[in-house]
Design a binder for this molecule. Structure first.
Ligand code: FES
Length: 289
């Protein structure tokens, strides 16, 4: 799937969650402190308790007219003057509805606005993080397959005893003597993909020194790669010849198709161990380092 499509889906999903969160939070707040409709209906349908408590003597119940009158007065004073039927419950006075309760209050508006802003910010950050960590597909720069150049140009350069360098791939393309492939096959660090390139007469070497990561330049006089940082040296095909490097230069798999070469920089193939010397190439002149 294209990474931009994934990015759009991720943004939409995160925004959806943010909006859902805001709505749920607002609904919960609005319902706090009020009784549900079902509870109110059940409460209204409950008949008043008019039974005489068990064991109460009728003698003790004040049924005189004066007592009833006092009770009515007390009810009137409690209900604010609204007449209350004897033995019944008070008739609720209709209160005008607060218009703000019908819509959204200013406080709710600001709260939701702040939450929405936070949601958008989190969504943006999440989408950017996803885009950063998502593995690239169809990448043409370093980290993917790089078309390093036309085969004629490559052959022309290496025929002058200079490696063909491609900056986008951070790669040196060097010739590999096909007669030495049987020896290379005995080195387990040379994977089938690397052997395949050697059989076609090439190796693609990562420019990074395996000691501490300096870019290793080519020395035309010695015909070796010589690292200026701490003096590691590698022969023409990247096998270690001296210095503190723990192994030979790392490789990339290469493919030749339609007259051009592609190097897969998505997979770094670890270089051969110290002591590997499949080509037997000695320094051909003065060292540069
Ligand atoms: Fe190359 Fe140390 S980085 S020798």
């Amino acid at each position: 799937m294209d990474s931009s499509v994934i990015l759009v889906i991720a943004i939409a999903a995160i925004l959806g969650f943010a909006i859902l969160f805001v709505l749920v939070t607002a609904r919960r707040r609005a319902s706090t402190g009020s009784l549900s409709r079902e509870t109110r209906r059940r409460d209204a349908s409950t008949p008043p308790d008019t039974t005489t408590p068990e064991g109460t003597s009728t003698d003790l119940v004040d049924t005189s007219a004066a007592a009833r009158e006092r009770a009515d007065e007390a009810r009137d004073s409690i209900s604010g003057g609204v007449p209350v039927p004897a033995g019944g419950r008070a008739i609720a006075e209709r209160q005008p509805v607060d218009e703000e309760e019908l819509g959204i209050t200013r406080r709710q508006f600001f709260n939701r606005g702040i939450l929405a802003g936070i949601g958008v910010g989190v969504a943006g950050f999440g989408a950017a993080s996803l885009a950063f960590i998502w593995p690239p597909s169809g990448v043409s720069g370093f980290g993917g397959k790089v078309d390093v150049g036309n085969l004629n140009d490559i052959d022309d350069t290496i025929s002058k005893k200079i490696p063909f360098y491609n900056a986008a791939a951070k790669t040196y393309v060097q010739p590999y003597p096909t007669a030495d492939v049987p020896k290379a096959k005995k080195i387990t660090a040379y994977t089938p993909a690397i052997i395949k390139g050697m059989q076609q007469g090439y190796v693609a070497l990562y420019q990074k020194c395996v000691h501490l990561g300096c870019r290793v330049p080519w020395c035309e006089t010695s015909q070796w790669f010589e690292c200026p940082c701490h003096g590691s040296k590698y022969n023409r095909v990247g096998e270690k010849r001296g210095g503190p490097a723990p192994r030979g230069l790392d490789h990339f798999a290469l493919e030749i198709s339609g007259g051009s070469m592609t190097v897969d920089t998505g997979t770094i193939v670890t270089g051969p161990p110290v002591g590997t010397d499949t080509t037997g190439q000695s320094a051909e002149g003065a060292p540069c380092v």
